[in-house]
Design a protein around this ligand. Sequence first.
Ligand SMILES: C[S@@+](CC[C@H](N)C(=O)[O-])C[C@H]1O[C@@H](n2cnc3c(N)ncnc32)[C@H](O)[C@@H]1O
Length: 355
Amino acid sequence: MITNIKVNKPSPLKIRENLKSYTKGSNIDLTIQELLKGNEVLIDVFFSDGIKLVKELHEYLKLNIPNKSFQEQRDYRSTYRKLSNLILLEVINQKLCVKKSPKIGWLKKLYSENDHFFLTFPQIQGLNSAWQWYENGISLPVLRNKIHPYYGTYFPTRFEHLVLFNNWLKYYKGAKKSAIDVGVGCGVLSLQMVQAGFQKVYGTDINPNAIIGLSEFMGTTKLSRKIELDFGHLFGKWDKQTELIVFNPPWIPGGKDLTNIDDAIYYNETLFPDFFKEAKKRLLPEGKLLIIFSNLAQITNVTSEHPVETELVNGNRFQLERCFKKSVKSASSKTKRDQNWRSSEEVELWVLTSN
Ligand SMILES: C[S@@+](CC[C@H](N)C(=O)[O-])C[C@H]1O[C@@H](n2cnc3c(N)ncnc32)[C@H](O)[C@@H]1O
């Protein structure tokens, strides 16, 4: 039973009085000038007014801020983020006050203690799309049932690495008493292991929403006795040895100021050395250590270093049994930003054993 973990959510903003509002008849140029001056603008009639205003803001910025080089694109996004977050919506009794607004169940689930507050328009858009994923669920080619990712939790949008892991599980002949899944996210790897016959999976995550969401998803079903969770760094409270340790870590080296959802994407300098040190203690002598990775950071020239290769060369703890690779399907024509490097992207499944 998971208690006392504080969920991550956009902080409710205090009520503001006398805000300028934007609606159908408002002057768009004057409204954008207000935003540029750093003044907040309230959407108080129709939800669609907010959609129109963020669209107009994009158009304005496209015409007025360069958006070509990598640095320019970053600056553009940061200006857009700053200005669009000045557009506010009012929430009363867990509902948006504007007309024709989408039903966003997170308002009830995450803000039950707060009857009147404001959120920014982009925050509402984020909550809205997260609600659609959660409500409708997502089918993954490796699981019988849909997953329902909780707000602010990482979930896979590409599946090649999951297929690699599933194939490995099919041919795995060792014991299936217990496994550890470091960084469970929405739980897909744990669910794959249970599906493959593992009796017990111990999962962790440093993102509270991942733990809260997966606990809620399992409820009191049989699954909740098979997958036990702990909110914590790396192995959390799990210190028993197991025959299988699985980690689908962040794939890209990142800076210091990471938010919870960024922790799913970017790793810091200590993550891998700490992980291998702790994994060594918890892997049974005949056990397997599985790491899912990708050459993404290498092919986009973010780094030439590969944390698993570094461990194998310098760590003196594990040896390589096998590395499976699978190329990632090239991106659809809609996402042209990524196309040139996508063709050479490969996901990797590293299988290590103790020295
Ligand atoms: C790439 S996601 C993978 C999630 C899931 N296992 C999957 O395969 O879809 C990485 C996960 O590891 C978690 N994570 C990152 N650093 C962690 C740490 N130091 N300890 C525990 N979990 C961590 C993130 O919050 C995120 O949920």
